[in-house]
Design a protein around this ligand. Sequence first.
Ligand code: 2DT
Length: 215
Amino acid sequence: NTAKHPGRGAFVLFEGVDRCGKTTQSQRLVQHLKGKGVDAELWRFPDRFTAIGRMIDSYLTGETDTDDAAVHLLFSANRWEKREAMLAALRAGRTLIVDRYAYSGAAFTAAKNLPGLDLEWCKAPDKGLPAPDAVIFLAMTPEAAALRGGYGNERYEKEEMQREVARQFHLLADDRWQTVDAARSVEDVEAEVRRIAEDAVACCLEGAPLRVLWA
Ligand code: 2DT
């Protein structure tokens, strides 16, 4: 009985290297879904507006230097502190379109190639967080991304780092992962994004269970 059990919202995640179009596509997707009557909301990680998020922001802008392991755990804690609100929104039937999450968390730290901080170590603190129903990986080479107006001034916005991040992302691809060629027009990418998101919304309405990372 759909009236009594309206189903839950979907958790649709965008991942990809810097400048691949995540922010544009996630914003457009929310507008599109709303236009179709879906209760949809845009979230992004890091959420720089919590106390933990302000520490992360100050690290990213270069204002402070933080130990790599410690800052990795801050990024993870920044997801854990949003977990209850995320679960409540999904249960209330709200679809969350999320710009970066634990896949960025693992890929960026692992990309530093530091002793002890391998991909398994990087994934560990996020184990048990709500898992996305679909990961839309906007695939683009760091070279092509760099041509899109260049990188900004934040800590990780360098081509060499982005190349290593892309390599780590490929190691993280799982059964939720859908690769979308992002080196096309905004409209072409958007058409594919809409199809993936609408599928996820439909599955969740029908009661697809919410999973946890990294299962
Ligand atoms: P934005 O440019 O999207 O605000 O990202 N990052 C992100 C990590 O290193 N770990 C994480 O867990 C997350 C979510 C990616 C800011 C930068 O922070 C990186 C780019």
